[in-house]
Design a binder for this molecule. Sequence first.
Ligand code: GLN
Length: 478
Amino acid sequence: MSLAASSITRLRQLLVSGEISPLDIVEDLEAAITARDADVGAFLSRDLAAAREAAAQADLSLPLGGIPIALKDNINALGEPCTCASRFLENGYLSPYDATVTRKLREAGAVIFGRTNMDEFAMGSATENSALRVTRNPRDLSRVPGGSSGGSAAAVAAHTAIAALGSDTGGSIRQPASHCGVVGLKPSYGRVSRFGLVAFASSLDQIGPLTRSVDDAAVLLQAIAGHDPADSTSLRTPVPDYLAEIDRGVSGMKLGLPREYFGDGIDPAVRATVMAAVDRLQAAGAEIVEISLPHTEHAVATYYILAPAEASSNLSRFDGIRYGVRHGGSGDLLDLYRDSREAGFGPEVKRRILLGTYVLSSGYYDAYYTRAQKVRTLIRRDFEQAFAGVDAILSPVAPGAARKIGENAGNPLQEYLSDIFTLSANLAGICAISVPAGEIESDTGTRLPVGLQILGPHLGEASLLRVAKAAEATSTPA
Ligand code: GLN
């Protein structure tokens, strides 16, 4: 197997035993990118010279020593572009600092390698809202990779990255992981520092890993988790050893199946694939119980009020003065703001800012924003009640497999509705992971991956990973 197609854990063995050098991995990845990225389009930029230099100096005694990691292009890395796939930041913006996750990866010995495509400012579910390039699903180039961390998922699936970081505000790690057939973990809110992540919706955003295996997800989470004085929402709770109990299996565990997640609107082939994964966990010793998350039907409306509200506030910093493009300026200051934002933002970002400004405006604030906050509390309580009786919850990640490029063009509502199964984890602040469950056949005969979503209680990553590892071990590899 090529180095570029290997897992972190396998590469670490080869590095430590001296069979390969970190430079070998970087060169293999470069060759893979040259061979495949023109088709897939996962990367926005990469600094080969910096990667080679970091590889040459990598300290192999560190946990990620010599392992290249790609970053979604909304995570800052000193001296590198951070475009958020937006025209606003396309030309000339270079990060003046490392995000905390970037610093932690470097401190663990990783080589920062490449910046991946995404929906503009992480708003979307298909990476089609990128203003900068098209990313295709490596399993079927006529289809989307999912989003918004579509470049990260596609790179890991195409063997052009060993592993990558993404961000997840409403599903953006888990859904592209499911669509591309890789593992994607959204940590609990507060587990990983958001310092240096370009904010979309600050009460929902978390950074997490996209990897080839559950072990690799645990290794990366270990490296990036923990308290950070620069992010007041990061928690002081100690970080457990995520590999310590990962192989214990699911025997004796109670896993919940929420009836609201298996109803109408889900592709029967997706449902069957997810149920087959559930059956395998049962055969491996888990007890499966039906549960209810009664407020699920309100998740889409709640999220699409709160996330745009926060986005409209967070994105006000893009004004043509401090960051990125500047347009206008012949008139007064307001003209400069308006012209810069008109030219810099794409249509979906503008839609979110309009939505968010509307729900926060006086007269509508209580009717929309305050009400949505109340429903958010009800959704969080649904999970608290459920986790009083089960160790983890099993569900689909998305109602369908990867769709065709362009299929939902001009129909944002249809796109929002497809986020139904992932949004609630962010609203509740809990952890969740997508693990490959199987494949379904598309109408053109391609085989499309389908993920199993596993949801765990707040800060329950260790047992979440344990269930995920059991699901991975019992699945039939693609
Ligand atoms: N698809 C959702 C949205 O468009 C979630 C995006 C995300 O998690 N960043 O807002």
